[in-house]
Design a protein around this ligand. Structure first.
Ligand code: NAP
Ligand code: GLV
Length: 309
């Protein structure tokens, strides 16, 4: 069995070494143009030229959860595309979202500003019942995040494509229930995959519906930058309709130095690090899935190219 590795923006050596150790007997090589045909590929955002040179691939294993960059390519029709299933990401996402939520709810940003000026001043306590959290996407990451938020006794709503029942959550599904979900939500957390149906889903209309249409909504975007219509955000913040935003992902990454999000006082920017791929756990998961595919077994995390996730 031959495995080719093509990781744009990632150093491949430790991945290759790890895959060789986990799959003794397999030939694992870093891809270069003109390389031999492989059975499986381990990839992150590969170029189309890589795919064009590997028409016999049976499995394409993505070293992240989101497959939007991969599905933009013309892929061999027989190849299964397999995304990472958690592999250490969901706990990081839960930490990140709980931190952003609690920082906003408890106004730690204001305490930080006060402390930097040596000011001793209390903020009036706020009621968590007034800060319903809505998680868009109740998949591997979204459900873990929703459960973590519920532990802090915030009301939690969830929105998914197909109907779900998750204990402790008020679940909404599909387009028909989207506006009701938004209206019942004050702090919106985006954990959708980027697909044709979800591109631009965070926009002036949808963000204005938060908190029953009253000012004070808050956005936490940890999925993909293209979910947000970026020019719509600052007017909503400046008018007071939205109280703030924590953004980990952007239409263009790295976020350009001149982008106004860097300097807006009510936007917190982080560099697409809310949930990083954990290499050892990911290698173990991918190796186990490659072995299962070779035995003809079903594996979790196979992407449906028509659905886009
Ligand atoms: P997942 O398991 O595939 O879950 C996707 C969820 O979104 C599912 O609940 C799905 O509904 C729902 N959904 C999809 N299309 C929808 C639509 N049109 N309307 C309503 N709901 C829809 O994905 P995941 O592993 O949780 O990851 C989610 C995303 O997080 C990834 O695609 C990636 O973009 C992003 N991510 C970001 C980082 C970071 O560091 N910032 C790290 C990892 C992942 P059903 O349950 O009904 O199918
Ligand atoms: C990171 O953004 C991922 O999709 O894993």
């Amino acid at each position: 069995m031959r495995i080719t590795v093509c990781l744009t923006d990632n150093r491949p050596d430790a991945w290759i070494e790890g895959l060789r150790a986990a799959l003794p007997g397999a030939e694992v090589e870093n891809w270069k143009p003109g390389a031999q045909q492989a059975d499986h590929a381990v990839v992150w955002a590969p170029p189309q030229s890589f795919i064009d040179e590997q028409p016999a691939l049976r499995g394409i294993f993505n070293i992240g959860a989101g497959v939007d960059a991969l599905l933009k390519l013309r892929l061999p029709p027989q190849a299964k595309v397999v995304r990472l299933d958690d592999a250490g990401m969901s706990v990081q996402m839960a930490e990140y979202v709980c931190h952003a939520l609690i920082r906003h709810f408890r106004e730690f940003d204001i305490y930080e500003a006060d402390a930097s000026e040596g000011r001793w001043s209390f903020r009036k306590p706020r009621e968590r019942e007034d800060f319903a959290v809505g998680v868009m996407g109740l998949g591997v990451l979204g459900e873990r995040v929703a459960r973590a938020v519920a532990q802090f006794e915030f009301p939690v709503n969830g929105w998914s494509r197909s109907p779900k029942a998750v204990e402790g959550l008020r679940c909404f599904a599909g387009e028909a229930e989207f506006d009701a979900f938004l209206g019942a939500t004050r702090v919106l957390v985006n954990l959708l995959p980027l697909t044709e149906a979800t591109r631009g889903v965070l926009n002036r209309r949808t963000l204005s519906r938060l908190n029953g249409g009253e000012p004070g909504g808050y956005l936490i975007n940890v999925a993909r930058g293209a979910h947000l219509v970026e020019p719509d955000l600052i007017p909503l913040l400046d008018s007071g309709q939205l109280a703030g935003a924590t953004l980990d992902v952007f239409e263009v990454e790295p976020l350009p130095a001149e982008h106004p999000f860097w300097r807006h006082p009510r936007i917190t920017v982080t560099p697409h690090g809310s949930a990083r791929t954990v290499r050892e756990a990911s290698i173990a998961q991918i190796a186990a899935k490659i072995r299962a595919v070779e035995r003809g077994e079903r594996v979790a995390g196979v992407v449906d190219p028509l659905r886009g996730y």
